[in-house]
Every structure is written in C-alpha cells, then in structure tokens.
Design a protein around this ligand. Structure first.
Ligand code: SF4
Length: 243
C-alpha cells in the first residue's frame, strides 16, 4: 500500500534538507521514493520559453532524453497528483493543512513572540515525530529526533506512513478521513478500517495480477461501471471483462 508522509514546518526549519536526507536513506533501503512540494507561490521556472507558453495555453508538456514533465495551469489535489508518481513512499513537503496522512514537524529556534503558537499551528494530531530544537515540544506526546538522526526518522516513516483517500465517505464509521487518520497516528485505528482502500478491482494481464494503487483501481472501477451501467441487462455485482 502506498505510503505518504508530510514534512512541515516554518521557513528555515530544515524541511528541504530533511526531505533530501530521507529520500536518500529510503532509496538506499530499496524503496521507490517521490517528492511532492506544496507551495502557495508560483513555480520558479528558469526556462523562459516554457513560462511564456504556459501563460498562453492550457497545458505544456516537456520531453527530453533525460526527463519529462507536464505543467497544469491549475492546482491539483494530492489525490489527483499521486497516480502520476512511481513510488512506494511519497514525501510531501509543506502541506501543513493536509489531513489524510501523517506528518513530521520540523522545528526551529527564534520564532516571533507575536507569531502563531507552533504547538497549536503545527500539531493537529497527525504528527508522528518532531525534528529540531526540542524546547517547543516539551509536554507533547510525540517522539523527538535531532536533525542528523535520519536513520531513525526513516524507520518511523517506513512503519507509520499512510494515505487515506480524502473521500469522507463515512464507511469506516468515522465522519471524516481526518478522524481515522488521527486514530491511526494515535495507535487506536488502522488503515484497514478504511473501506475505500479495500481492493475493489483486479486486473490481470496474461494471467498476472497488475499492481494498482487504490486511486487507480477506483478510477478503473468507476470508469467501467459508468460505461456499463446504462446498458440493457446490467445488474450490480461482480463484473468480468476479458479480451
Ligand atoms: S472509509 Fe476511508 S475514505 Fe471513507 S471516511 Fe473512512 S477513511 Fe475516509
């Protein structure tokens, strides 16, 4: 099952450095790792042609012998972006408001006295650990690590990362995905409680099951059901298609 963890914190709290170190550590352990950076600003693209084109058209694709990219002129949801990634683990940088995955909170010294209270602002029940100067987390029941304890932080990511679908469908008995996410982080709930993540679709090619993440499985299922359901003779139940 796909694992997602956020790395959040204020400016200059070491988020990017930690993401680099974690990506190297987890890749070295054999995981395929992707990173999504979340920002409230425009992307800083040095390539002027691409920037000008992006202002004029709906989408721009970029293909070179070494790399490929697609630029959307709109903000995608995390759930819509994840299916484009080839990853076992996705590290999300800077999505403080995300409520469907656990987070690592990066702390720093020298916060403004009149700024937000970091405990209320950054700890929303989804923190699996805090990294950096410990003073601000005194009394909080989250593990604390120094910035260079990357191996132990990576252990925690491999064990605790998860992603709920953000459907708020209620079929797990909780009102929202956030409710279950907090229970999972606290150790009183399980990702298996999420009915939307149980396998709904099996695709075999030459008899071999194709691995699909739950979002793709749901897209395949709902697309095929959408095409079949208006047809005469369609009934709800198990569907088999062979070609
Ligand atoms: S069943 Fe899954 S998608 Fe639905 S509310 Fe619960 S956690 Fe969210």
């Amino acid at each position: 099952m796909l694992k997602v963890v956020g790395v959040i914190g204020y400016k200059n709290s070491g988020k990017t450095t930690l993401i680099h170190a974690l990506a190297r550590e987890l890749t070295g352990r054999g995981y395929e790792v992707s990173v999504i950076k979340h920002s409230s600003h425009h992307m800083d693209l040095p390539e002027k042609d691409t920037t000008t084109l992006r202002e004029a058209v709906k989408q721009v694709g970029f293909i070179s012998p070494q790399e490929s990219a697609v630029f959307w002129n709109k903000s995608l949801s995390l759930e819509n972006m994840i299916p484009y990634l080839e990853a076992d683990i996705v590290l999300v940088e800077g999505w403080k408001g995300g409520k469907t995955f656990p987070k690592i909170v990066c702390l720093r010294e020298g916060l403004d006295d009149d700024g937000p209270d970091p405990v209320k602002d950054l700890f929303d029940g989804l923190a699996i650990c805090a990294v950096g100067p410990a003073g601000q987390v005194d009394g909080l029941a989250v593990p604390h690590f120094e910035r260079d304890e990357v191996g132990m932080i990576a252990d925690l990511v491999a064990e605790k990362a998860f992603k709920l679908p953000n459907l708020d469908c209620g079929s797990c008995g909780r009102e929202t995905c956030y409710d279950l996410a907090r229970e999972i982080v606290a150790g009183s709930g399980s990702v298996e409680d999420c009915g939307a993540l149980q396998p709904t679709t099996e695709v075999k090619v030459d008899g071999q099951p194709m691995p699909m993440n739950p979002f793709i499985a749901e897209i395949v299922r709902s697309t095929i059901l959408g095409m079949l359901s208006p047809l005469k003779g369609f009934k709800k139940g198990k569907v088999e298609i062979r070609f």
